[in-house]
Design a protein around this ligand. Structure first.
Ligand code: CO
Length: 135
């Protein structure tokens, strides 16, 4: 079902500092920050030859990563995103197998303009999993 690793997302407490670390210390190609009000985050994309890393910073009062940063004040890996061919078929298959889909179960449009869903971390060994229909 799952295909390529689309991205690993890291929640950061200081976006400017994290950008500087990736750009200057690690020598990565780093995008300008992009606000995602529907998801309550500001995102910076780091392009690697084989995948992406996304730096997430809280946006607005109800950011879903605010509580994560309270528990992990220096930041931490927040989720991993796998590509799927058909997000509705993937969702239905996962639900039939007992996996929990977060939210109302309907895909939202993610940071890349494609439909995404999140799966409960307790069903995937402590890792919050995002599925993205890549094409
Ligand atoms: Co993501």
């Amino acid at each position: 079902m799952i295909g390529r690793l689309n991205h690993v997302a890291i929640a950061v407490p200081d976006l400017e500092a994290a950008v500087a670390t990736y750009r200057n210390t690690l020598g990565a190609k780093v995008s300008a920050p992009q606000d995602e009000p529907d998801h309550g985050v500001t995102v910076v994309f780091i392009e690697l030859p084989n995948t992406k890393v996304e730096l997430l910073y809280p946006l607005g009062d109800k950011s879903p990563i605010a509580a994560f940063l309270e528990k992990n004040p220096s930041g931490g890996i927040h989720h991993i995103c796998y590509e799927v061919e058909d997000i509705i078929a993937a969702r239905d298959q996962l639900k039939a197998g007992g996996a929990r889909v977060l939210g109302n179960g309907e895909p939202k449009i993610g940071a890349h303009g494609n439909p995404v869903l999140f799966l409960h971390p307790k069903d995937f060994y402590g890792a919050l999993v995002e599925l993205e229909q890549a094409h």
